[in-house]
Design a protein around this ligand. Sequence first.
Ligand SMILES: CC(C)(COP(=O)([O-])OP(=O)([O-])OC[C@H]1O[C@@H](n2cnc3c(N)ncnc32)[C@H](O)[C@@H]1OP(=O)([O-])[O-])[C@@H](O)C(=O)NCCC(=O)NCCSC(=O)C[C@@](C)(O)CC(=O)[O-]
Length: 325
Amino acid sequence: MLRPIFNHTLNRAYATAQRLPSHVRIVEVGPRDGLQNEKKLLPADVKISFIDQLSETGLQTIEVTSFVSPKWVPQMADNAEVYSGIKKCPGIAYPVLTPNVKGLESAMKIGAKEIAVFGAASDAFSLKNVNCTAAESIERFRPVLEIAHKNDIKVRGYVSTVVGCPYQGPIKPVEVRKVVEALYDMGCYEISLGDTIGVGTPGTISKMLDEVVRVVPPEKLAVHFHDTYGQALANVLTSLNYGIAVVDSSVSGLGGCPYARGASGNAATEDIIYMLHGMGIETGVNLEKLVLVGRFICQKLGRMSESKVNRAWKEPQSPKCDNQQ
Ligand SMILES: CC(C)(COP(=O)([O-])OP(=O)([O-])OC[C@H]1O[C@@H](n2cnc3c(N)ncnc32)[C@H](O)[C@@H]1OP(=O)([O-])[O-])[C@@H](O)C(=O)NCCC(=O)NCCSC(=O)C[C@@](C)(O)CC(=O)[O-]
């Protein structure tokens, strides 16, 4: 394999010239989005080890699990055991998904400090995913946010199907804007824009972002791409050009929503880190450690890594770059 050669000064000059953010925060969703759709149910101790290893890589945010109905998503039924079992390292946020007050109450019992509510721009998807329309789900979130804020719990908001819905087809940017605005006005500190089925391209993502940044500043936005059509990296780069500096991804490209027909894995964290570091954008993540965590979890799942970087990475001659911490 050819060893990539990096030059930190050159790379940073590139990011500066392109006016890209100098630092990107990665929200690692592997333990939640990554495992929620896997046929093989992993034992809680493996998930705990997976998350503890991720905590050693320099990631600042690791989404741990979801407090949803175990009948709907049995893969997350061990939520309390996993959350309680992981090491909580200082400086790392460990959010969990909560669709309603019942989920929030369960999350509060085990001491969660950050939660995420998840809405959608498409009614058809929302009905399949959470059994109510997009507007009804927003109403369900109101008491969740009120209780969370009273208890000093941070709330992130997701909007799914931001460019396409597996049941409804293309989604108009104005529909996305409405949901984003509602979540922002309700007090979500950050809104993550999900291309749930990975159909977006830099063209459709730009149109959607043009609309969304009219109501919410880019500093309050994150992007969450699935890689079904191989567009995730291009879509991340497009979003950086809007000043968005928070990217959700999943180690080794695990993932997919069980209620999004045809969805494939998330953008692979290793691939995103490699691209960002190659452009001189800091993430604080040690790529070499992350590659090993990706291999650990893929071995436990009995599957290949979906990350091209992970597959290409060879020890002991791994590409050492002066900007890869
Ligand atoms: C939202 C519900 C619960 C509504 O489901 P429902 O059936 O409408 O809820 P319900 O209030 O009528 O209650 C029915 C049963 O569920 C229980 N229940 C009710 N709430 C909870 C809860 N929080 N935790 C545990 N149990 C719960 C409740 O107690 C009752 O139990 P029963 O009496 O039948 O034994 C259900 O539809 C559900 O759990 N859906 C899960 C959806 C999900 O997890 N999807 C994947 C995450 S979203 C995603 O992946 C997209 C994202 C975020 O990554 C971004 C992107 O890619 O776009």
